[in-house]
Design a protein around this ligand. Structure first.
Ligand code: ADP
Ligand code: VHF
Length: 383
C-alpha cells in the first residue's frame, strides 16, 4: 500500500444523466464506484464532485435542458439532488461504500473561516471512510454568491484538501487544439499554461455548464495550488485508475510551484477579489522579502468596496498585479485615512491601531501573474 493521499474526481452531467430520458446512468456509476473502491484499497482517499442534479430534476419540473431558465434549474436541482445521491448510495452499497453529501457555494471557499470549517468536515468524512460527494447548493444561490460550474468548484475542493491529483471526467478525451468536431482536431497531452488554449474552447454538451472553458480555468486553479490535473473521458472501464496509472490518452496539466503554506495558497488562489490597492513600485518590490507590510503611507489609490478581512489585489504603478493580501481595514476606513493624511489614524477611526493596512503575514507575493478565474460570461448562472 502506498502513502495515503487525496484525489478529487469531477463528474460531468452527461456521464451521470441520460441526455434523452434525464434519468441516472447506473452503468456509469457502477464502473466509477468500482474503480473508487480499487483506489481506496490502494490507500487513496477519493472526494467526488458530481454534477447531474439539474439534469435529473428537469422532468419533475416539466422542463428540458433547452427550455429551462434560471429559476427552473434551481427548482430542478432541488428535485434532482436526492435522485442523484440516492443513485450513488444504492450503487455504493454494492461496493460496501458509504457516501455523504456536501453542498457548497462561493463563500465556503472565499471566506477563510468557512473554508477551514468545510475542510474539517470533509476530512472527518474521509477519516470515517466515507466518500464525500460535493456539489454546489444550486437551489439557494443567487448570481453573486455562486461559483456557477462544478469544474472550478471541484478545483477549489482539490486545493482545500491538498489533493495530489484532480481528474475531470467528461465526454471527450481531453483538451483538443480546436473544437473536437472540427476536422484535424488533435488532443493536447501536456499543458503547462492554459492561456494559449482559452480561445479554442467554445461550445459544450447539451447538459453541461461552461464546456472546456471552465475546465481549463479549473485546471489552472488546481495547478497554481500545486495539484496535477487531468481531463479525460469518463465512459471507459476503470475511469480513474487508467488515468492515474498513465494507461490511456488524456490531457495532463502538471502542478506548478505553489506557496508553501495553506494560508498563502488560500490568499493567492481566488475566484473573486473584493478590491485593490496601488502602491509605489519600490514598495511592491520590497514585498518579495515576505517581511514588508503595506502601511498607510504606501498607498497611492484604493479601488472597490471591501470589508476588513477581504483579500485585495496589490498593483504597482504600471498596473501589474504584484501581490495579494488581506486588508485590516474596510475601504471606507482607508478612504477616511487617505483624505486626511496628516491626522492620526487612531483619532480618525476611534480605535487603537498601528496603521498596518496589510500585514506581512497576510501578504503573498506573486511570482507570476495569477489569473482570477471568475465565471466566464454566460456561465454565471446555475447549470
Ligand atoms: N478545445 C476543446 N477540446 C475539447 N472539448 C471541447 C473543446 N471546445 C469545446 N469543447 C466541448 O466541451 C464539452 C465538454 O464540456 P461540458 O459539456 O461542460 O461537459 P461536462 O458536462 O462533462 O462538464 C464537449 O462536449 C466538447 O465538445
Ligand atoms: N451543479 C449542477 C452542475 C453544474 C455543472 O458544472 O455541470 P457540468 O458542466 O455538467 O459539470 C448540477 O448538479 O446539475
Amino acid at each position: 500500500m502506498t502513502e495515503t493521499h487525496n484525489i478529487v474526481i469531477k463528474i460531468g452531467s452527461t456521464l451521470v444523466a441520460n441526455s434523452d430520458r434525464l434519468t441516472p446512468r447506473f452503468g456509469f456509476m457502477q464502473r466509477l464506484l468500482e474503480d473508487i473502491a480499487r483506489m481506496r484499497e490502494r490507500g487513496i482517499n477519493v472526494i467526488l464532485c458530481s454534477s447531474g442534479a439539474v439534469a435529473l430534476g428537469l422532468r419533475t419540473v416539466g422542463e428540458t435542458p433547452d427550455s429551462a431558465g434560471v429559476s427552473d434549474k434551481q427548482a430542478a436541482a432541488a428535485c434532482g439532488m436526492p435522485t442523484l445521491l440516492n443513485a450513488y448510495k444504492q450503487v455504493g452499497h454494492e461496493y460496501d461504500m458509504d457516501i455523504a453529501q456536501v453542498l457548497l457555494t462561493l463563500g465556503d471557499f472565499e471566506d477563510h473561516r468557512r473554508f477551514l470549517n468545510t475542510r474539517n468536515t470533509v476530512n472527518r468524512l474521509l477519516e470515517a471512510g466515507v466518500v464525500p460527494i460535493v456539489n454546489e447548493n444550486d437551489s439557494i444561490t443567487t448570481e453573486e454568491i455562486r461559483v456557477g460550474d462544478n469544474d472550478r468548484l471541484a478545483a477549489k475542493v482539490a486545493q482545500m484538501v491538498d489533493a495530489k491529483d484532480f481528474i475531470i471526467l467528461t465526454e471527450v478525451n481531453g483538451l483538443y487544439d480546436r473544437h473536437p468536431d472540427e476536422p484535424g482536431a488533435e488532443l493536447v497531452r501536456e499543458v503547462q499554461d492554459v492561456a494559449p488554449y482559452m480561445e479554442a474552447t467554445k461550445g459544450k454538451s447539451t447538459l453541461g455548464t461552461g464546456g472546456m472553458t471552465t475546465k481549463l480555468m479549473a485546471a489552472n486553479i488546481a495547478q497554481e495550488a500545486g495539484v496535477t490535473t487531468y481531463i479525460a473521458h469518463g465512459e471507459v472501464d476503470q475511469p480513474i485508475s487508467t488515468v492515474i496509472d498513465g494507461k490511456r490518452d488524456c490531457s495532463r496539466f502538471p502542478a506548478h510551484d505553489a506557496p508553501n503554506t495553506g494560508w498563502k495558497r488560500w490568499l493567492a488562489n481566488r475566484l473573486q477579489m473584493a478590491g485593490s490597492l496601488k502602491v509605489e513600485d519600490d514598495v511592491a518590490d520590497a514585498l518579495e522579502s515576505g517581511e514588508r507590510s503595506i502601511m498607510r503611507s504606501d498607498i497611492l489609490s484604493i479601488d472597490g468596496d471591501f470589508s476588513r478581512g477581504d483579500v485585495l489585489h496589490i498593483y504597482d504603478t504600471h498596473g501589474t498585479e504584484r501581490a495579494r493580501g488581506l486588508s485590516d481595514f474596510s475601504s471606507e476606513e482607508l478612504r477616511v485615512l487617505a483624505v486626511n493624511p496628516h491626522l492620526d489614524a487612531e483619532q480618525l477611526l476611534g480605535y487603537k491601531t498601528k496603521g498596518e493596512i496589510v500585514r506581512a503575514k497576510n501578504l503573498v507575493f506573486l511570482e507570476r501573474r495569477h489569473l482570477l478565474w471568475d465565471a466566464p460570461e454566460g456561465v454565471d448562472q446555475v447549470a
